[in-house]
Design a protein around this ligand. Structure first.
Ligand SMILES: *[C@@H]1O[C@H](CO)[C@@H](O)[C@H](O)[C@H]1NC(C)=O
Ligand SMILES: *[C@@H]1O[C@H](CO)[C@@H](O)[C@H](O)[C@H]1NC(C)=O
Length: 189
């Protein structure tokens, strides 16, 4: 299934998917928080962090013959890493400020004081959900940035958010949309 808002909206309104889904698939994430500016925005990897809306940031070296499009942010089963070709992969973690983050390609470096999980994929019907349950959090929130984007944080009161006030953040439900296409990106940047 392609992961686009245009495609997912009619699917959301329809009944459960026709084909039997894999119980633990790769997936993309869409935020659900009705009557809010983040409702139905896709989660995108940008600058080793994640944002709702906007575009995925990715890179593929010239010497790679068949570069994937790199325009969708897809997690591997369970949500502890990203679905990439780059050797070593890219791990997902929550940084010491509470920001959902991913490792740079060719580096396993995760800052001290980060949480590497638990990330949880719940295969609820009809739609699965993705969550971070470390530090007593139950899921994610989106916080406004100075440049008018929504950055993804663990839903914790003590997060250090871009504009300083955690009360401005919106908790959201992270819908996990199964993805069964080719590896979507060489690496996220
Ligand atoms: C990604 O790029 C490919 C190739 O340009 C295009 O066919 C596809 O529709 C794009 N997908 C998304 C989700 O933007
Ligand atoms: C927030 O509080 C939790 C629970 O007290 C603690 O484990 C965690 O390190 C703190 N995280 C941040 C980002 O300050």
């Amino acid at each position: 299934m392609k992961f686009t808002a245009a495609l997912a909206l009619p699917l959301l309104a329809a009944a459960a998917p026709a084909s039997e889904p894999t119980s633990n698939p790769n997936f993309g994430v869409m935020a659900v928080r009705s009557a809010s500016p983040i409702h139905y925005l896709q989660m995108n990897a940008v600058g080793q962090k994640f944002y709702l809306g906007g575009k995925t940031a990715s890179y593929c070296p010239d010497q790679v013959t068949h570069c994937p499009p790199g325009n969708q942010t897809i997690f591997t089963p369970g949500g502890s890493s990203l679905d990439v070709n780059v050797p070593g992969g890219q791990q997902v973690y929550v940084d010491p400020k509470g920001a959902l983050s991913f490792t740079q390609a060719h580096s396993a470096n995760i800052p001290a004081g980060s949480a590497i999980g638990p990330f949880v994929y719940s295969p609820d019907e009809p739609w699965a959900h993705y969550s971070f349950n470390g530090w007593g959090a139950s899921g994610f929130m989106a916080c406004p940035t100075e440049d008018s984007r929504w950055q993804v944080f663990a839903a914790i009161q003590n997060a250090t958010v871009p504009k300083g006030d955690v009360e401005e953040c919106l908790g959201f439900s992270a819908l996990a949309l199964p993805y069964d296409g080719d590896v979507p990106a060489w690496q996220y940047i």
